[in-house]
Design a protein around this ligand. Structure first.
Ligand code: CLF
Ligand code: SF4
Length: 497
C-alpha cells in the first residue's frame, strides 16, 4: 500500500547546487524559463511545422515517435568519438550494432512500423554513416516513404561536409528538418576532434581538414536557412577539447539562423575502440552538461530531451522498440493500415490541448509563489505528458528542475529495469540510486514499499500518489506543498494503492 501524499521536508536540491553557471564560459548567463518550450516563444507557423516532431518540440516527444532507417553506412570524415564498427555517435549510443538496410528493406520496415506504431510521425536517416555522403540511398529511401505515406515527416542528420551539395534536393523533397553535428568553429580545436576528412576525392588531415569541414558546415547551415528549412545543431561536449568553445559555436549557429541547439555529452569507453575511448578522454558529468546548457539557454532554443539514439531507433524517445521489428519477421508484402494512425492523431489533438493548459497553469502557480526554493524531480513516464509508468518498468526517468523560473525538463537519466518477472533486483536498484544522484523526489504510477524505503534512505522521496496526473500538475502541487504551504493533493485519478 502506498502513501497518498509525499512528506515534504528540506530538499537537498543537489542538482542546483552542483550546476552553477560555468565561470569560464564567456557570455555566461543564468538559465531562462524556457521550460515552456512549445508555444510561448514560437510563432504559430513554426509551431505547425514542429508540433509533431519529437526532437524539434519537447512537447511533441510525449506523443510522437521517430524511426531511424539505417540505410547510410558510408562516411566521409573520421570523428575521434566514432568507431565505424558501431553506430554513428552523432545520433546513437556507441557500441550498439546497427542493422543496415537497403532502401527497399527500409520501406518495408517503415510500412510495418507505421501500421503498428500510431505515434510514428518522422522517418529519419541518421547513419550509421552520413546521410548526405551516402546520398543515393538516402534519396531512394525517402522517395519510397513519401510515395507510400505522404504525410510522414522526413528528417536527416549529417556531419555537414557534403550538405551544401544537396540543399536544393532536400528542399525539393520537402525535407523540413535537418540536423548538422557541429563541434567547433575553430579549426585548431577541430583538429583535435577530426583526424581526417575526404572531400573532392582527396583526403585532408589536421587543421586543413577541420578548416574545410568548418566552412562546409557554415555554408550548409546558411543555405538551409535561406531555403527556410529548420536546422538543429547537435554538438558533442568533449571536456577539455571543446566544452567552453561550444559557447562560441552557439553564437555562430545562432547568427546563421539555426533553429535549435542540442548539446549532447560525449559517450566514450575503451570498449568502443574509438580514439577517445582508447586514450582515456573523459565524458562530461551531468552537472557539467547542465551548466553549459544553462549558459547557452536563451540565446537560441535548446534541446534538452535528446536520447542520443541508435541509427535504427524506433518509437517514442526513451521507449525504443526496434527489437520488435526484426526485418526477418516482417512479411515481404506489408499492407499499410492507416486507421490506428488517424484515430491516434485525433486523440492527441484533444489531449495535448489539455496538457498544455495544465502545464501553463502549473508554471504560473509555481512562479506566483515567489519562492527561492528549488526541487529536482525524476518522473517515470511512457508519454502523453503523464506520470504513467511503474517504477519497476522504467528504463529511463525524465528529470525536471523547479524554481522561481518555472518547471523545466532538464534531461533524463537511464536506469535499468528494476522489476523483471515480478521480482525486484537489488543490484539494479543500487544502480538506479546512483543514477538518481541529486534528485529530491521520484514520481511514478506505482512503486513498491521496498524500493520506496530504500530510496528514502538515500534521500530520494518516492511516490505513486500522482499516478496518471499530468507531470507539471503534480510537480506544481509538490512545489506548492514544499514552498507555499499548500498540501500536495493528487489531482487526477488520485492516489493508487
Ligand atoms: Fe532522428 Fe535526429 Fe531527425 Fe530526430 S534523432 S535524425 S532529429 S528524427 Fe532526436 Fe535522437 Fe537526439 Fe537525434 S533524440 S539523437 S536529436
Ligand atoms: Fe562516425 Fe558519424 Fe563522425 Fe562519420 S560523422 S565518423 S559516422 S560519428
Amino acid at each position: 500500500m502506498s502513501e497518498p501524499e509525499i512528506k515534504v521536508g528540506k530538499t537537498s536540491s543537489a542538482l542546483f547546487d552542483r550546476a552553477p553557471m560555468a565561470p569560464s564560459m564567456p557570455g555566461g548567463r543564468a538559465s531562462s524559463s524556457h521550460g515552456l518550450s512549445v508555444t510561448d516563444d514560437i510563432d504559430a507557423r513554426i509551431w505547425e511545422r514542429i508540433k509533431d516532431h519529437p526532437c524539434f518540440s519537447e512537447q511533441a516527444h510525449h506523443y510522437f515517435a521517430r524511426m531511424h532507417v539505417a540505410v547510410a553506412p558510408a562516411c566521409n570524415i573520421q570523428c575521434n568519438y566514432c568507431n565505424r564498427k558501431y553506430d554513428c555517435t552523432n545520433e546513437s549510443r556507441p557500441g550498439v550494432a546497427s542493422v543496415k538496410l537497403t532502401p527497399d528493406q527500409a520501406l518495408r520496415k517503415v510500412l510495418a512500423v507505421a501500421s503498428k506504431v500510431p505515434e510514428l510521425s518522422v522517418i529519419g536517416v541518421a547513419g550509421p554513416g552520413d546521410a548526405c555522403y551516402d546520398w543515393r540511398k538516402t534519396v531512394a529511401t525517402f522517395e519510397g516513404v513519401a510515395r507510400e505515406i505522404p504525410d510522414m515527416k522526413l528528417c536527416i542528420s549529417t556531419n555537414g561536409l557534403a550538405l551544401p551539395d544537396h540543399v536544393d534536393e532536400l528542399a525539393d523533397m520537402n525535407i523540413d528538418h535537418v540536423t548538422i553535428t557541429i563541434n567547433m568553429v575553430d579549426p585548431e580545436i577541430g583538429a583535435k576532434i577530426y583526424p581526417w576528412i575526404i572531400h573532392g576525392h582527396r583526403r585532408y588531415t589536421g587543421i586543413a581538414a577541420a578548416g574545410i569541414l568548418h566552412e562546409r558546415q557554415m555554408l550548409g547551415l546558411e543555405l538551409l536557412t535561406k531555403r527556410g528549412i529548420l536546422t538543429k545543431i547537435n554538438s558533442v561536449m568533449i571536456p577539455g577539447v571543446n566544452d567552453t568553445h561550444l559557447v562560441e559555436v552557439n553564437r555562430w549557429i545562432r547568427d546563421r539562423g539555426a533553429f535549435m541547439h542540442n548539446v549532447v555529452p560525449l559517450i566514450s569507453k575503451p570498449s568502443h575502440g574509438t580514439y577517445y575511448g582508447l586514450t582515456g578522454q573523459r565524458c562530461p558529468e551531468p552537472f557539467e552538461l547542465k551548466a553549459l546548457q544553462d549558459c547557452l539557454d536563451g540565446n537560441i532554443k535548446l534541446m534538452r530531451h535528446c536520447q542520443q539514439c541508435r541509427a535504427d531507433s524506433i518509437g517514442l524517445l526513451g521507449d525504443d522498440r526496434e527489437r520488435e521489428f526484426a526485418l526477418d519477421q516482417i512479411s515481404t508484402k506489408v499492407e499499410f493500415d492507416t486507421s490506428k494512425r488517424e484515430a491516434y492523431r485525433k486523440l492527441v489533438q484533444h489531449e495535448r490541448g489539455d496538457q498544455l493548459a495544465a502545464k501553463l497553469d502549473a508554471n504560473k502557480a509555481v512562479k506566483s509563489l515567489g519562492s527561492s526554493g528549488t526541487l529536482a524531480v525524476a518522473v517515470a513516464t511512457k508519454g502523453g505528458g503523464r506520470i504513467n509508468e511503474h517504477f519497476g518498468q522504467a528504463r529511463e526517468l525524465q528529470v525536471y528542475a523547479v524554481s522561481l523560473k518555472g518547471i523545466t525538463l532538464v534531461g533524463h537519466r537511464k536506469v535499468e529495469q528494476y522489476c523483471l518477472g515480478g521480482i525486484g533486483e537489488k543490484a539494479t536498484l543500487d544502480h538506479t540510486i546512483v543514477a538518481l544522484d541529486g534528485i529530491d523526489i521520484l514520481l511514478s504510477s506505482k512503486i513498491g514499499d521496498c524500493p520506496k524505503k530504500r530510496l528514502a534512505e538515500t534521500g530520494v522521496r518516492a511516490s505513486d500518489a500522482f499516478s496518471y496526473d499530468y507531470i507539471e500538475t503534480a510537480i506544481g502541487a509538490l512545489y506548492a506543498a514544499e514552498f507555499g504551504g499548500k498540501p500536495a493533493m493528487p489531482t487526477a485519478l488520485g492516489p493508487s494503492n
